[in-house]
Write a protein that binds this ligand. Sequence first.
Ligand code: NAD
Length: 261
Amino acid sequence: MNYQEKIQLLAELLEKSACTFALTGAGISTESGIPDFRSPGSGLWTKHDPAKVASVSAFMRNPGAFYELNMQWWNEYFFNAEPGAAHLALARLEKQGFLAGVITQNIDGLHRKAGSEKVYEVHGHMRTCRCISCSESYPFEFLVNQFNSGKNPPRCERCRGVLRPDIVLFEDPLGQEFFYASRDLSRCRLLIAVGSSLQVYPVASLPERVRQLVIINRDATPWDAEAELVINEQAGKVLTDTLSVLEKNQEGGDPHDTSKG
Ligand code: NAD
C-alpha cells in the first residue's frame, strides 16, 4: 500500500469509528523542537541516565541536583515550545467529531495549547507543582521563580517542605488520570497511536483495550504486527493529510451518518 492509500484508509477508519482516541508520545512533539527519549542519536536517553534525571529516588536523594539538571532541559526545550502540525490536526479532528479525545504520555501541555479539549495527561504536566510534606499546590512558575532567584530546592511557603513538579517520575505510580483514560478507551473502537515507541508500561498496554489500532510512528514498535495500519512517516504530515481527506469527504456529505459502528 502506498502512502496515499494509507491516508485514505486512515480517513475511512476514522469515518466509520463511532469512538476514536489518539494515544500520543514524545514523538508528536519532536516537530515542536522537544527531543524524544528513544530516537537513536537525538533521544534524551542517549545523553542522560533516566534514573539520575527523572526518578523519585534521585529527587529524594538530592532535590537541588534534580532541579539543576531538569531545569536545564525544561528551559531549553519545554518552556517556549509551541504546538506543531500534528497537535493542531488532532485538535481539529476532535472539533469535527472524529476524535473523542487524546491520551498523552507527554508533559509538555501542547495538546491543550493546540485546542484539544478532552486530554488525559497520564504522566502529568508542567502547570502545577506540590509540596512533598503538606501537599499544598502551586503554579509551576512559583517553583521556577524560586529556582531562578537562587532558591534551590524550591520550597513550600506554608511549611518549608520541598516542592516537586506534578509530573510522573520513574518509580511513581500512575495517577487517577490513567485509570479514567483506560476506562474511556474501553468504550472505543479505534486507537491511533502517534509518536510513541509503545515501550513504556502500563501505557503501552492500552492498545489491548480497542478493536482497531493504527500506528503513526517514524520507527517500528512492538505493536506493529497487531495494527490494522502502520504509517512510518512524520506525524505532522500524516495527520494534516488525513484531515484534508476527511474535510474534502465532508464537503460531499455528513460523515456522522448512522453507518458508524
Ligand atoms: P519514545 O521516545 O520512547 O518514542 C518516541 C517515538 O516517536 C520513537 O519511536 C520515534 O520513532 C517516534 N518519532 C519521533 N519523532 C517523530 C515524528 N516527527 N513523527 C512520528 N514519529 C516520531 O517516547 P514515548 O513512547 O512517549 O515514551 C517516552 C516517555 O517520555 C513518555 O513517558 C513521556 O512522558 C516522556 N517524554 C515526554 C516528552 C514531552 O513531553 N514532549 C519528551 C520526552 C520524553
